[in-house]
Design a binder for this molecule. Structure first.
Ligand code: OSB
Ligand code: MG
Length: 369
């Protein structure tokens, strides 16, 4: 496989509904798309970096800089025997997992298209459909939260995650439990707490949650291990797990019992598969996280979610919750039982609506071999 051409675009799309986490409320999403061409085929990847460094340290502009100045020359014009060689080829660049992942994931799409097979088959997927959950942002009132949860449950979603922060936490979980009883429920704090909040966080134990996601800082493992010993609720790490090695360390130290895998956070599909396999070997379940992706990133996520140890419903939801219309046609939909079929065509297996991509594009750069 030889990558002959790289095209990078900055796009902006309005969200169907605002999304609020402990680090703020957003009404639209700015992100990069990567297009790779090779052997007469075209492939796509999406960079999950946002226009701000609030979830993680990367942004659209840092990813643009790192890809154009440093990564492109390590990938464009290079012959790869296997997409697993792409991440190691970028090793001299430290960090910048989201920028690396966008290129690496597009390379997987290219390899799968060249093989004429769905991406999930190359990654080792064993499922034809994946269980969908939803992530519900912080709302203006508990009534609105309960309404949203009700709407998502009637759409068939198999697990509800609510975003929490100091001042919007125990009451939110209580309101959902009171109205909907014993549904599969979890909370995500996006690093909004400190170890000094341990006693407060322990009050979540009363709600029988599936897990509490990323209560403490994104660069922390040890304090999460201290906290986990004080909770009966399982801790799931998201932001803290930037690599397979950090995943290993977190498990070994007892910092979490579950891991959220986002390929953008660990450097792409190959690193995600390695993390998935490590967790499977240690008896740690994983689920696929989401970053408000367009249909292109969403399709990538579905293919990866087909691997066997993605045993909990992920933040892989229908296109229409995010963008209307999406950049793919048809959009991704949730079927009966809250399941989403993994696309069956070659590569990511979705049709890209180029007219919509063009309309949403703010900037474009072409890099040739
Ligand atoms: O922490 O999982 C997160 C969205 C943006 C940044 C971080 C997170 C999220 C979500 C939404 O929870 C997941 C989705 O629906 O795509
Ligand atoms: Mg999270």
């Amino acid at each position: 496989m030889r990558i002959e051409r790289l095209e990078l675009r900055v796009l902006r799309l309005p969200l169907v509904r605002f999304f609020e986490t402990s680090f703020g409320r957003v009404y639209d999403r700015t992100f990069l798309l990567v297009r790779l061409d090779g052997g007469g085929l075209t492939a796509w990847g999406e960079c999950v970096a946002d226009d701000n460094p609030y979830y993680g340290s990367e942004t659209v502009e840092t990813a643009w800089h790192i890809i154009t100045q440093f990564l492109a020359s390590l990938v464009v014009g290079v012959e790869f025997a296997d997409p697993r060689e792409v991440y190691p080829a970028m090793r001299r660049v430290r960090g910048h997992q989201m920028a690396k992942a966008a290129l690496e994931m597009a390379a997987w799409d290219l390899a799968a298209r060249q093989a004429g097979r769905p991406l999930s088959a190359l990654l080792g997927g064993t499922r034809a459909e994946v269980a969908a959950g939803v992530s519900i942002g912080i709302q203006d009132s508990l009534e609105q939260l309960v309404d949203r949860v009700g709407a998502e449950l009637s759409d068939g979603y198999r697990r509800i995650k609510i975003k929490v922060k100091p001042g919007w936490d125990l009451e939110a979980a209580a309101a959902v439990r009171e109205r909907f009883g014993d549904i599969p429920l979890m909370v995500d704090a996006n690093a909004a707490y400190g170890l000094s909040d341990a006693a407060h966080l322990a009050q979540f134990d009363a709600f029988g949650l599936m897990m509490i996601e990323q209560p403490l800082d994104d660069d922390d493992i040890v304090d999460h291990a201290v906290l986990q010993r004080q909770l009966t609720t399982a801790i799931c790490l998201d932001e803290s797990i930037h690599s397979v090695r950090l995943g290993r360390d977190a498990i070994d130290q007892g910092a979490c019992r579950i891991i959220n895998i986002k390929p953008g956070r660990v450097g792409g599909h190959a690193e995600s598969v390695r993390l998935h396999d490590l967790c499977a070997a240690r008896g740690v379940p994983v689920w696929h996280g989401g970053m408000l992706e367009s249909g292109i990133g969403r399709a990538h996520n579905l293919h990866l979610s087909a691997l066997p140890n993605f045993s909990l419903p992920g933040d892989v939801a229908a296109s229409r919750r995010y963008y209307q219309p999406d950049l793919i046609e048809p959009g991704i939909e949730v079927g009966p039982g809250g399941l989403i079929p993994v696309p069956k065509g070659p590569g990511i297996g979705v049709e890209i609506a180029m007219d919509r991509v063009e309309r949403a594009t703010l900037r474009r750069r072409e890099i040739l071999a």
